[in-house]
Design a protein around this ligand. Structure first.
Ligand code: ATP
Ligand code: MG
Length: 142
């Protein structure tokens, strides 16, 4: 297990850039941890590494944002699907988005608040964020 100590927004952004180097098309990542623990900042770092041009913002109300990034080993483009399932309370509500249709060999899926889909996506890898100590300190585990 890797443990990263972050003492700033920038540290978490850079941790996202480093983590992105471990990712390949087809991967599904769940980002767990309380409100404000740095999940979206980390996603911004991942997207930076993959040269995403669009603004990366939390899709809290629309559930999923899609970006285009250089996710393939030869830097050819694919999709980055960024989910925020905070508002989803049940599997029935999830029925409004077909999560499986986003998982493919031409995409990477990044899912904030993934608890509701964890058991239906067995390939999911988890990155956990915790607040600790002072106001700006976070620990990131993966
Ligand atoms: N070490 C740190 N790492 C990341 N963010 C930090 C850190 N210290 C302070 N912050 C601030 O904390 C906030 C983290 O917000 P972010 O949107 O990434 O959280 P989140 O985990 O996605 O929350 P939510 O569950 O609401 O989506 C930002 O305002 C950021 O500037
Ligand atoms: Mg967020």
């Amino acid at each position: 297990m890797t443990k990263v100590e972050s003492n700033s927004h920038q540290d978490t952004f850079e941790a996202g850039i480093e983590y992105a180097k471990l990712l390949s098309p087809g991967n599904v990542v769940g980002l767990t941890g309380e409100l404000g623990s740095g999940k979206t900042v980390f996603v911004k770092g991942i997207c930076k590494y993959f040269n995403v041009d669009e603004d990366v913002i939390s899709p809290t109300f629309i559930l999923v944002n899609q970006y285009t990034g250089t996710i393939h080993p030869d830097k050819s483009p694919g999709e980055i699907n960024h989910f925020d399932l905070y508002r989803i309370q049940s599997k029935e509500e999830l029925g409004t988005i077909d999560i499986f249709s986003y998982v493919s060999q031409n995409s990477i899926c990044l899912i904030e608040w993934p608890e509701i889909v964890m058991e239906i996506l067995p390939q999911i890898r988890i990155v956990n964020f915790t607040h600790s100590g002072n106001e700006n300190r976070r620990y990131i585990y993966y």
